[in-house]
Design a protein around this ligand. Structure first.
Ligand SMILES: Cc1cc2nc3c(=O)[nH]c(=O)nc-3n(C[C@H](O)[C@H](O)[C@H](O)COP(=O)(O)O)c2cc1C
Length: 181
């Protein structure tokens, strides 16, 4: 029998990302673990309304989602520990601008350029509904036929209950290959 722990936020691990937006002529960065896929062409990023970056995203109407690799975890953890309201985080990462004008982290293996389509406010959170307009992948993380290879990227995962970062593991099967058994 499983023990019922009551109503808990328990759907983990989740991929860890850094959200980027422009703050005037400098970028600002915020670490986020609560993201979602809403349909095959919309993503969602959930940000507490007290965060500094929210107003910057609303003003620009766009943001970047940058997957966190193990190499960039120290800086990613840092941008999740201080607020842009008090500390200028613009130099935490080297960056380049995407075609649609959002700052993207050079060291991140995968950056997604997004436009804000809608904001669903819920219990103190701005849930940004996002249309993606560009997907930027480091060459070494593409397969020979041009697909994104998450095996090489080693995206960092997060889990809330023990507040830890996890490493992704091995490939354990091909999707839809188990029905034969
Ligand atoms: C591992 C980790 C995951 C986080 N995930 C989220 C999240 O999903 N949503 C959120 O609103 N804040 C999240 N935070 C908190 C923000 O990153 C943090 O409060 C940050 O300093 C806010 O920066 P800002 O005020 O410059 O926007 C997370 C922090 C850590 C350390």
């Amino acid at each position: 029998m499983k023990k019922n722990l009551g109503a808990q936020l328990a759907l983990y691990p989740s991929p860890l990302v850094v959200i980027g937006a422009m703050n005037g002529d400098r970028p600002t960065w915020t670490l986020v673990a609560h993201t979602g896929i809403m349909s095959h062409d919309r993503l969602m990023v959930s940000l507490a309304q007290a965060h500094f970056i929210n107003d910057k995203i609303k003003a620009a109407g766009k943001l970047s989602i940058n997957m966190v690799s193990e190499e960039m975890l120290p800086q990613a953890d840092y941008v999740g520990s201080v607020s842009g309201a008090k500390t200028d985080k613009s130099e935490a990462f080297e960056y380049e601008m995407g075609e649609n004008g959002v700052p993207m982290i050079k060291a991140s293996p995968l950056s997604i350029e997004c436009e804000v389509e809608d904001i669903y406010e819920k219990n103190g959170f701005d849930n940004f509904v996002l249309k993606f307009t560009g997907t930027y992948v480091q060459e070494e993380n593409l397969t020979e036929d041009g697909r994104i290879s998450y095996r090489n990227m080693k995206p960092v995962l997060f889990e809330f209950p023990t507040y830890e970062y996890l490493r992704t593991g091995d490939v354990i099967g091909k999707c839809l290959s188990f029905k034969k058994n």
